[in-house]
Design a protein around this ligand. Structure first.
Ligand SMILES: Nc1ncnc2c1ncn2[C@@H]1O[C@H](COP(=O)(O)OP(=O)(O)OP(=O)(O)O)[C@@H](O)[C@H]1O
Ligand SMILES: [Mg+2]
Length: 222
């Protein structure tokens, strides 16, 4: 199973989601997981380095790949239960290459205009890649949501923008919580720091919703 966490908007929570999904599958599903870091800023590689320096945290494999990574991903996919690719907008070639082989493409967006403005371009890129990779299931997930009740409309509006472009949007969201940043700093995850906490529940809900989706139920691109 190859899961690409991608998108072109900086800071939307791609690396954070990729890392927490990796821990979830390794820890809760007993899976053999590989992370692929396609970001020249090396956020996930740095997180792995922090993780490896803490002997209490189970190791997760990670490699860096850039550019035309389609064939590398195809062969790596045969050796792991889950390959989780963290791919930002800087390496557009790697993002497209990963989209052409991934089973799931998940794109985090904050409920903010500047993030939502990337939706038309992402839809364009997704429908092109879907032609070579018809099994791919693409979804948006709304992240870093404000928790004040009077802001709930923003979350719904963000979901409507995604749906209006015909792309699935997960019902699971993440709220703005310091534990995401704090856990990342330590090479850990919200699932390890507070397994019964709200952030861990958010990450598990995202993972379960993704895994419950079947290509036949996914939205068809025109
Ligand atoms: N739900 C959340 N609540 C609060 N902080 C969050 C949340 N999700 C992510 N963050 C924090 O926001 C910052 C940016 O997240 P992250 O690095 O995952 O974004 P990114 O999309 O990978 O960015 P880049 O485009 O630079 O690679 C990090 O400090 C991360 O810990
Ligand atoms: Mg990142």
């Amino acid at each position: 199973m190859m899961i690409l966490v991608g998108g072109e908007k900086g800071g939307s929570g791609k690396s954070c989601l990729a890392q927490n999904l990796a821990v979830h599958f390794a820890r809760n599903k007993n899976a053999i997981v590989l992370m692929v870091d396609c970001d020249p800023q090396r956020t996930t590689s740095d997180w792995i380095q922090a993780r490896n320096s803490d002997p209490s945290l189970p190791a997760i494999n990670c490699i860096q790949l850039y550019g035309k990574i389609r064939n590398d991903l195809l062969s790596l996919g045969q050796h792991y239960d889950y390959v989780i690719v963290d791919c930002g907008g800087q390496d557009n070639l790697a993002l497209r290459a990963a989209m052409s082989v991934a089973d799931h493409v998940i794109i985090p967006l904050r409920p903010k205009r500047r993030d939502l403005k990337t939706v038309p371009h992402m839809e364009d890129m997704l429908s092109t890649c879907k032609m070579v990779n018809p099994k791919m299931i693409a979804s948006f997930v709304i992240t870093q949501c404000p928790s004040l009740p009077n802001q709930a409309g923003r979350i719904l509006e963000a979901k409507e923008v995604c749906s209006s472009y015909g792309i699935n949007v997960l019902s699971a969201v993440t709220f703005n919580r310091n534990i995401y940043d704090d856990s990342e700093e330590q090479g850990s995850s919200v699932i390890e720091i507070d397994p019964s906490g709200k952030a861990a529940a958010e990450m598990i809900a995202i993972a379960e919703e993704l895994m419950a989706m079947k290509p036949d139920n996914a939205h068809e691109f025109n």
